[in-house]
Structures are given as C-alpha cells and as structure tokens.
Design a protein around this ligand. Structure first.
Ligand code: AMP
Length: 171
C-alpha cells in the first residue's frame, strides 16, 4: 500500500516555512491505519518487546494499537506537568529555547525491552530525549518507529545505533 497518498502537506503550518505532514487522512482510513500499525508490529515482532512507549500526542495514536498487537502494555511519554505521579524528565533543545519529556518513574525497569513510537521524525530532538529518558530506568531500547521521516533533517543521526523503522521517508 502506498501510504504517501494518505499524508497531506500543509504549507506554512504552524509557522511560515514549515511544511506540516498532516496524518489525519491516514487516520480516517481504517485500511491505511491498520496497514501502518501492522507493519510496525511485523518489523519488530521478533525483538522481544515488553512494552511500547508512545510520544505525546500523535505517538499515542499509533503506539496503543501496536502495543495491542504485541500483547504488551503502553507507556505514555508526556509533555511537562501532565503526569500525576513522580516522574523522570529529560530536557532537550529546540530551535528557540528548550522542551521536556516526562515519564512515570515506575513505568519500566531494567528487564524491559522498549519500542518507542511517534508519528514523525523531524530533527530527532524529541525521540533522542525520549531515548535518554528511558535509559534512566535501565530499560533497553529495542527500536524506534515512525510513520513519517523527514530524512533531510538528519534526525536519525541523533538516535545512535538503535534500529529505526520509518514507513514513509521524504528526502
Ligand atoms: P523533532 O523533535 O524535530 O524530531 O520533532 C518531532 C515531533 O514534532 C513529532 O512528534 C511530530 O509530531 C512533530 N513534527 C515536527 N515536524 C513536523 C512536520 N513537518 N509535520 C508534522 N509534525 C511535525
């Protein structure tokens, strides 16, 4: 299936110069969403995944059904101040200023093999910070998966040697 047909380019959103990759046409199609989720599962089926971590917020949309296919739990990686219990947090640089990702301290541990899921890899800052956050618990990162990768932003370089699956790549 050609998933690129389900990604809509929105120029100058949320600010001038950015081409926003809108995934809502994909989500509207059960067949396309199910195909995407199954491909992520099949790619990592033999990786011994014990939990799926999804990055707020579009990583939740894909991460939850992927966790369901693995038959494992889902861990939300959230923006600051959203989680109610004690958290680990990891700051990262943005073009202007910093941002932060957080996770509950008891979400995972050294025996876990985690698949990190988000909708899109751009500069890689968010995904790399999520990797650092997960390492604080001693958990092993089995891989990253994205529906879309903007290859020209070289985000993969920030993710080190960890396997990356991107269903659609824009070079
Ligand atoms: P980054 O940290 O630069 O890799 O940005 C990744 C996060 O920002 C992902 O969670 C995406 O949802 C969002 N994002 C960044 N750039 C775009 C874009 N051009 N279109 C849609 N979402 C984007």
């Amino acid at each position: 299936m050609d998933l690129t047909k389900f990604i809509r380019d929105i120029p100058d959103f949320p600010k001038p110069g950015i081409i926003f990759k809108d995934i809502t046409p994909l989500l509207k199609s059960h067949d396309a969403t199910s195909y995407a989720v199954n491909r992520i599962y099949e790619h990592y089926a033999d990786a011994g995944i014990t939990a799926v971590a999804g990055i707020e917020s579009r990583g939740f949309i894909f991460g939850c059904p992927v966790a369901g296919l693995f038959g494992v739990g889902f861990i939300p990686i959230r923006k600051p101040g959203k989680l109610p219990y004690d958290t680990h947090s990891e700051e990262y640089e943005l073009e202007y200023g910093t941002d932060c990702v957080e996770m509950h301290i008891d979400a995972m541990g050294p025996d876990d093999k985690i698949l990190i899921v988000d909708d899109l890899l751009a500069t890689g800052g968010t995904a790399a910070a999520t990797g650092n956050l997960i390492r604080k618990t001693g958990a092993h990162i089995a891989g990253f998966s994205f529906v879309v990768e903007l290859e020209f932003l070289n985000g993969a370089e920030k993710l080190g040697d960890i396997p990356i699956l991107s269903l659609i790549k824009y070079s």
